[in-house]
Design a protein around this ligand. Structure first.
Ligand code: X2X
Length: 338
């Protein structure tokens, strides 16, 4: 755009009533609710692709009155920051995983109990059923609003820079980055590793500079955040299932009229269900793609890992911390644990 045209638009925006201004200015002027959504993942991740789709649908359904702008990739700060911002109302939406919100809602990572979920059909039955209802109720108590459909992060897999992991012994003393969550620390300590909590915004650099040797995340994150550039081995442990909780700031949610809330909730839920399918498809194709980029895969037997956790009292300890209600809701879907 040339200088004179820019000046003209500026002048037009100042001098002309919104209805006579250029179309893109008019849209902005019409948005009664200009809302911000922040997250920690690159634009190419299905979380961002599908939330952009939902934001478009919401804009259309409200004739532009709700305009959700997406800030991906930690643009608004790391997870801890974004959690504070959504609580204060500085941002309107945030999608923490259960780990990220666990500093506020300690029972949230009940869905991530080590080696609990054998498959996705059980995950979605639980998260769309009694387990998800429990997590939602805990979150609502803090004043935040949780959209009913949880989005997929995925089954977490272990990656390392220097050695392949086949047995729990291979984890001895390994410096591994985990999310900022007591629960993740506890699981990897029980397995004999040396975990460090770190926000996702710092993970790539920490691996590159070898502050840590390992991390754990689902395959779509290895791909979209390019962690394959700084990790060599991927061990398909499926050690936890993790989702993204689509939450709205309580302040924002109260401010929206009822019919608008329904439009937001319905569209986010619908896109969330499609996002789950996107991740399922990626899970089928990503191993080959990551192998082509140089990663070496293996798939260990989960039984010895589960045995160590049992022996170390991991299940008993977390059953007590999460409480009987949460634990029995999980076991309802996955069978007896520990
Ligand atoms: O921080 C992570 O590892 C991530 C991206 O999976 C979460 O948001 C928990």
């Amino acid at each position: 755009m040339s200088f004179s045209r820019r000046t003209l638009i500026k002048t037009a925006a100042l001098a002309v009533p919104a209805s006579f201004a250029l179309p893109h200015i008019r849209v902005e002027a019409a948005a009664k609710f200009a809302l911000k959504y922040g997250n920690n993942l690159p634009l190419s991740h299905p979380l961002n692709v599908r939330s952009a789709e939902a934001a478009d649908a919401i804009r259309k359904a409200t004739n532009g009155e709700i305009d959700i702008k997406i800030f991906p990739n930690n643009q608004l700060g790391g997870d801890t920051d974004m959690l504070n911002q959504v609580r204060s109302g500085a941002i309107d939406f945030f999608t923490p995983s259960a780990f990220v919100i666990s500093t506020l809602v300690p029972a949230a990572p009940i869905n991530a109990v080590g080696f609990a979920f054998p498959s996705y059909d059980k995950v979605w039955a639980a998260m769309d059923g009694d387990l998800g209802a429990f997590i939602g109720a805990q979150i609502e108590k803090t004043g935040l609003h949780l959209m009913r459909k949880v989005w997929d992060n995925g089954f977490r897999q272990l990656t390392t820079g220097s050695k392949q992991v086949n047995l729990p012994e291979d984890l001895a003393g390994m410096k591994i980055r985990v999310p900022v969550s007591q629960f993740s620390i506890s699981l990897f300590e029980s397995l004999g590793a040396a975990p460090t909590s770190m926000q996702f915004s710092e993970v790539y650099t920490a691996l590159q500079t070898k502050i840590v040797d390992a991390q754990e995340n689902p395959l779509p994150i290895l791909q979209t955040a390019k962690l394959y550039e700084v990790q060599k081995y991927c061990t398909l442990t499926n050690h936890m299932w993790d989702g993204f909780l689509f939450i709205a700031s309580g302040k924002t949610w109260k401010r929206l009229p009822e019919d608008m809330r329904k439009i937001v909730e319905d569209n986010l839920n619908a896109s969330g269900v499609k996002q789950r399918e996107d991740i399922a498809k990626l899970n089928d194709s990503l191993q080959a793609e990551l192998e082509a980029k140089g990663m070496v895969f293996n798939r260990p037997d989960p039984a010895p890992f589960r045995e160590v956790l049992k022996k170390k009292g991991f299940y008993a300890q977390w059953h007590e911390k999460f409480g009987d209600d949460a634990w029995s809701r999980l076991e309802k879907y996955v069978g007896k644990l520990g």
